[in-house]
Design a protein around this ligand. Structure first.
Ligand code: IMP
Ligand code: MG
Length: 187
């Protein structure tokens, strides 16, 4: 797909995503101790499609769902500062949290959100990510559940954006700039 200067090179098809999300949901369902005490929390905006599919595939479905918005900034010394700009609507004291995020990149966002939920009194916090870029990691964190590991490429689709574009693509693809196309960085 090409939009203006950008070309998107498909990475994971709709079918591959569906298979992995279904498998992950099965794993999560199997590990779940107390579904009635679970709150699934989707990190907006990027995780909204992944969360919608994952939540519907997890059985049993009798758990609470909430949303949070977080942005991460890199400070002068490359320490990520994460701003939670839209907090939870529900009380999570004593709850088991399943935190659903699009990409685990440097890890600053997830680390900060885990600390935030612990400060709010959550009993346990587990993380489910669509994509994991381990080569970019700065914070000491691994996801409890993940669909795919990817290299250090910028990806879009299935909820993920590039300047708010491409969230609605049903597949996940790598963004290729015009310069990269010319230089043959990605074919
Ligand atoms: P970090 O783990 O704190 O560095 O932040 C991860 C966040 O950066 C994700 O939630 C995404 O919003 C964003 N992000 C990182 N890599 C990509 C990408 O390849 N495409 C789209 N968003 C990305
Ligand atoms: Mg995000």
């Amino acid at each position: 797909m090409t939009t203006n200067q950008l070309k998107i090179k498909p990475l994971f098809s709709e079918e591959e995503i569906r298979e992995r999300v279904t498998a992950l949901a099965k794993q999560i369902s199997g590990d779940m101790q107390d579904p009635n005490n679970l709150t699934a929390i989707c990190v907006l905006n990027g995780a909204f499609i992944f969360a919608a599919d994952l939540i519907r595939a997890i059985n049993p479905g009798g758990f609470a769902v909430d949303f949070i918005r977080a942005s991460s900034y890199l400070g002068e010394h490359s320490t990520g500062t994460v701003c939670v700009s839209c907090d939870l609507k529900q009380d999570i004291r004593g709850r088991d949290i399943l935190l659903i995020e699009d990409i685990l990149d440097t890890g600053h966002t997830l680390s900060a959100l885990i600390r935030h939920f612990q400060d709010c009194g959550a009993r346990t916090v587990k993380t489910a990510v669509l994509l994991d870029k381990p080569s970019r990691r700065v914070a000491d964190i691994t996801a409890d559940y993940r669909c795919f590991e990817i290299p250090d490429d910028f990806v879009v689709g299935y909820g993920l954006d590039y300047n708010e574009q491409f969230r609605g693509l049903p597949y996940i693809g790598i963004v290729q700039t015009k310069t990269e196309q010319k230089n043959g960085v990605i074919d």
